[in-house]
Design a protein around this ligand. Structure first.
Ligand code: ADP
Ligand code: MG
Length: 699
């Protein structure tokens, strides 16, 4: 664990029980929201602001626009029709009247509202029975001598914390902010940098966020584009970047076996029935150069579906085997692992390389035997699922750990596999492969600890899939299209999607579609697969489709992963407007895998939302997974793209990678300069923002 920075030990790192009004019970409720120190309270930023710095003439009120008003009580009516009710009419110099309406109140409250009393209230007016009214305003009755001056800052409204009332929370945060140290103790970034970039100091940024001056640009504050927020985001991104860079540095301080035995890889290359694409050659060369070094490779290979990552991984594995060592390939599902096993066996066993298998379902004697072979090195390449990382799996000398489909594994798992090969300061090289391209900006943030290669070219001879977007009313035409394709000996998918419904509802809807299509196309063999089928039934159906015994496969989105049927050349996706870009792209990747021209029809239900329209247009316009990923980031935001499991990136407190992506190049520049020139400051930044969570730092 990183040691706390001195400035924090003195202030921000202080436990909350030192605040007035925070006993163990409150502390526990705060802790449940991850708030444990003063600093956590400083960073609990408002989600809204209320402007009580001015008083609006009652006549000027607009329904739906929150304001503060001040007036004299003109009438009070306490009623009980269906439930207790209190109506207080107030008027002001503008000759306007406003009703304050209460459904819950104490008699003490009723007594406060004497006719003639002055009341200041804040709330959102809505049309009522007699003009505008505010239901349950926040208010105070002003005393005679009490002219209650207006504040000069907006009032913060904080994200709620269960069990702590908004007023208490506001008081706690105000109290915490009073202990905010001066710039000399708090500020970590060089002043000149901030000045050059027009950014406020940390102290000023925090104070602005919690109590913006009355003329502040509230729109910008709420949108997260205000300089105060940019400043906080910059520092947070910087801390993350530094933490990843330090992990990388720590990792590279270990040694790794230099893998130079190239003859096997060369043999495979000659034996392949195809030539590597330029992109594959380039990426392989990058990997080979990394592996030849005696410091560990940390490389991510991004490549679209079908770009040919597996063969590159196989060649990398052969570099390990050719140097007398072992390689492991880990996939997130058994199905994918099986596919890899079949591929690697097909390529490697003719070269005399032993490829073994280790998955969860390998148990008992078979497992014992497999483990023994892994341990004595007889198994030169081991393919499997996360079972590879379990205790009891001991390699003789694992030199290369390959992880496929990185987005399904967390960093922890990646490190766990690496640890399988760690011995005396030597760690295996790591190769991570993903078929879900991540936009460059995101990759910069997510993988600052990795080098990134891209296989940005598909093998030749593939005709790009033609995509058309049609209204669901055109569904009948598609029947003819399917008939025509199948008459030519091709196969087709019909994908039913209903999001936000249970599997069962989806299965039923797909069932109906299956029946309709079977009736409309009596001459075709129509199959059906859905998520509620047993795994073996599903596989039997998939196998039948693969072997050409089914012409048209009606399916739910279960076919997304792991299906490879080159003869299928037509895909129809119903309710395509409900799917995200990544999912649509993965689905479409099921066609266009053979030499025939393929098409994908995206059917939508009107009316289309703005973003749905943009998604479908993106799908129509491009087949490029990288372009689609960029668009996806723009439309969805990074949290959804990466998921929390991946890197903890979705855990940013302030920063938002979609919104703040433009800060990243700057973050990298500043970060590298800090590591070089002010490593102590870098430590403090990481401690401040990530602290004990620098969980991989022991790397
Ligand atoms: P992915 O990158 O999606 O994992 P695969 O490695 O499964 O892609 O490759 C997809 C298909 O393309 C496989 O059948 C593979 O053998 C084939 N392939 C890979 N590289 C080439 C190439 N350079 N030329 C032709 N076919 C290739
Ligand atoms: Mg693959």
């Amino acid at each position: 664990m990183a040691k706390p920075a001195p400035a924090l030990a003195a202030s921000g790192g202080v436990a909350l029980t030192t605040l007035a009004g925070v006993g163990p019970a409150v502390a526990e409720k705060l802790a449940a929201r991850g708030i444990a120190t003063l600093q956590d309270l400083w960073l609990h930023l408002p989600r809204q602001y209320e402007d009580r710095t001015r008083i609006a003439p009652i006549r000027s009120l607009q329904p739906g626009v929150a304001v503060q008003v001040e007036g004299t009580v003109e009438a009070v009516e306490r009623g009980f029709r269906y439930r207790p009710m209190l109506r207080v009419a107030i008027g002001d110099d503008s000759q306007g009247t406003l009703v304050l309406r209460f459904f819950h109140f104490r008699s003490q409250q009723v007594n406060q509202f004497r006719v003639g009393a002055r009341v200041r209230a804040y709330g959102t007016p809505r049309p009522g029975q007699h003009g505008l009214e505010i239901v349950h305003p926040s208010y105070r009755v002003l005393g005679d001598a009490d002219d209650a001056g207006l504040g000069d800052a907006l009032d913060p409204v904080y994200p709620a914390i269960e069990g702590i009332g908004p007023i208490t929370l506001r008081r706690l945060i105000a109290q915490a902010l009073r202990q905010l140290p001066g710039d000399d103790a708090l500020e970590l970034l060089p002043e000149a940098w901030l000045r050059d970039r027009g950014l406020p100091s940390l102290r000023e940024a925090l104070l602005t966020m919690h109590a913006p001056p009355r003329d502040a640009d509230v729109g910008a504050l709420l949108a997260g584009t205000h300089p105060a927020q940019r400043r906080l985001a910059l520092e947070e991104l910087l801390a993350h970047h530094l933490s990843l860079r330090r992990q990388r540095i720590a990792m590279q301080s270990h040694g790794a076996p230099a893998l130079g035995g190239e003859s096997l890889a060369g043999k495979l290359r000659k034996a392949l029935p195809f030539a590597l694409t330029k992109a594959q050659q380039r990426v392989y060369a990058e990997i080979r150069a990394d592996l030849a070094r005696s410091s560990p490779m940390l490389r991510l290979v991004q490549g679209d579906v079908g770009s040919g990552k597996t063969v590159v991984a196989a060649m990398a594995a052969l570099l390990a085997v050719g140097s007398g060592r072992q390689a492991a390939l880990m996939a997130p599902t058994e199905l994918l692992a099986e596919q890899h096993l079949a591929n690697l066996r097909g390529w490697l066993e003719p070269l005399g390389v032993r490829v073994g298998w280790l998955a969860g379902k390998v148990t008992g004697k078979a497992r014992g035997a497999a483990l023994a072979e892994v341990a004595d090195g007889a198994m030169q390449v081991v393919v499997g699922t996360h079972a590879l990382m379990q205790e009891g799996v001991v390699f003789r000398d694992l030199a290369l750990a390959i992880v496929d489909e990185q987005h399904r594994f967390g960093v922890h798992q990646r490190l766990a596999l690496r640890d399988k090969g760690a011995a005396e300061g030597i760690v295996p090289h790591q190769l991570v492969m993903t078929a879900t391209p991540i936009p460059r900006t995101l990759a910069m943030a997510a993988y600052a600890d990795l080098d990134v290669s891209a296989i940005d070219e598909l093998p030749p001879g593939r005709t790009p899939v033609q995509t058309v977007v049609l209204s669901a009313e055109r569904r009948p035409e598609l029947i003819e299209r399917i008939r025509a394709a199948c008459a030519e000996g091709r196969q087709a998918y019909w994908v039913c999607t209903i999001i936000d419904e249970s599997d069962e509802v989806v299965a039923q809807a797909a069932q109906t579609t299956h029946e309709q299509l079977s009736a409309a196309l009596p001459e075709l063999r129509v199959g059906f697969v859905h998520g509620r089928m047993k795994a073996n039934e599903k596989q039997a159906t998939m196998r039948a489709f693969k072997q050409g015994e089914i012409d048209l496969l009606v399916a739910t989105t279960v076919i997304e992963v792991g299906v490879d049927v080159p003869n299928a050349s037509l895909m129809i996706v119903e309710n395509a407007e409900r799917l995200g870009l990544a999912q649509l792209h993965q689905l479409r990747g099921r066609v266009g895998r053979g030499s025939a021209a393929s098409s994908c029809v995206l059917l939508y239900q009107s009316p289309l939302s703005q973003t749905a329209r943009q998604r479908l247009e993106t799908m129509r316009a491009t087949n490029d997974g990288f372009v689609i990923a960029e668009k996806d980031l723009e439309l969805r935001g990074p949290g959804e793209l990466l998921g929390t499991r991946q890197t903890g990136l979705a855990d940013f407190r302030i920063a938002d990678l979609a919104r703040d992506a433009d800060l990243l190049p700057e973050v990298h520049r500043i970060g590298d300069a800090l590591l070089r020139d002010l490593p102590g400051v870098a430590d403090e930044l990481v401690a401040r923002w990530i602290g004990g969570a620098a969980r991989y730092a022991a790397a």
